[in-house]
Ligand binder design. Structure first.
Ligand code: ATP
Length: 298
């Protein structure tokens, strides 16, 4: 099993007069972990809700494993969407929810669920409405990962979790995906922590696709330059610097755009070149002039 592929073409979704997605097209490669990135209100939740048939589209084409997911039993049995709220029955004990999913989802792993319940210190006898926000999110992670569905959509599910729990989640996700490859989408506007997990990236901005690429290609669009502050400044003069950091006399600048002689210039001036953080590129790509309204900046 390598997971469901997804093909989205000209997808438009409106809520009354608000256009949440405006003729959006993207693909999700089967068996790949994709980051669906975008600032608040960019349309991530709407897109994932349509893929999982939680919500109907206004127009456009959505194919999950080659078929329209709407009222499609086969596709929906292979799709799991977990949103930050957890999306689980509030009036059921956690253990009952896991038993229910074990009966319904053919690939559900009770063993993985139990391991994750222990790791997140979740009491199987508790109920979601009695859990803290972070623990509720953690239970969403248990459901999302243990379901092992061919299409797993995790919508900002990690945001409420504390740092140790988030890192336990990232490690568990990667380890289980290596053993059981499947299509996973992680949506977020906090990219720093998850970028090492992502093979592909789709960036949404105000309901449109800003960029779609494999993460390596995206990263290769920029470099970091590290070394003595003055030499770094001389190197980046006149170029598109999207982030700067300084520690004592050492500075690091993040550049968008590379030049053929970057490596030789860096060698000559004793500077170190490194990969760019997706978070910095994301901020650069989705940055808007202060005060610009949605319509003006379109
Ligand atoms: N139920 C709704 N009714 C009206 N407008 C909505 C509804 N849900 C979302 N929207 C609007 O649609 C747009 C996209 O929202 P969506 O929740 O998909 O974005 P998002 O990228 O998931 O945001 P966030 O990162 O803040 O969760 C926003 O302008 C939002 O205000």
């Amino acid at each position: 099993m390598t997971g469901f592929g997804v093909e989205v073409r000209d997808l438009t979704a409106r809520y009354g007069t608000t256009t949440a997605l405006d003729a959006v097209s993207f693909t999700l490669r089967p068996g790949v972990i994709t980051g669906l990135l975008g600032r608040n209100g960019s349309g991530k939740t709407t897109a994932l809700s349509i893929l999982a048939a939680f919500r109907r589209r206004t127009s456009g084409t959505v194919l999950v494993d080659g078929e329209d997911p709407w009222e499609n039993e086969r596709v929906l049995a292979g799709t799991c969407l977990v949103r930050e709220s957890g999306d689980v029955a509030n009036d059921q004990k956690l253990k009952e929810t896991l038993e229910f999913l074990g009966d319904r989802r053919p690939l559900f792993s009770r063993e993985l669920a139990d391991t994750l319940m222990d790791r997140f210190e979740l009491d199987p006898l508790s109920r979601p409405d009695r859990l803290s926000r972070g623990k509720r999110s953690a239970f969403g992670v248990v459901v999302g990962l243990a379901s092992r569905t061919p299409l797993t959509l995790l919508d900002e599910v990690h945001l409420g979790m504390d740092a140790p729990s988030r890192y336990a989640f990232y490690d568990a996700l990667l380890a289980d995906w290596v053993e059981h490859p499947r299509t996973i989408v992680l949506s977020s506007h906090l990219i720093g922590e998850i970028e090492r997990l992502l093979e592909d990236v789709v960036v949404l901005d105000r309901g449109t696709v800003l960029t779609m690429s494999d993460a390596e290609t995206l990263r290769s669009g920029g470099i970091t330059v590290t070394g003595p502050a003055e030499a770094v400044e001389a190197f980046v003069a006149g170029r598109d610097v999207v982030a700067r950091q300084r520690l004592g006399r050492t500075a690091q600048a993040t550049l968008v755009g590379t030049r053929a002689d970057d490596a030789s210039r860096a060698r000559q001036t004793g500077l170190e070149l490194g990969p760019v953080a997706l978070q910095d590129l994301f901020v650069h790509l989705t940055d808007r002039p202060a005060g610009a309204t949605t319509e003006e900046s379109r």
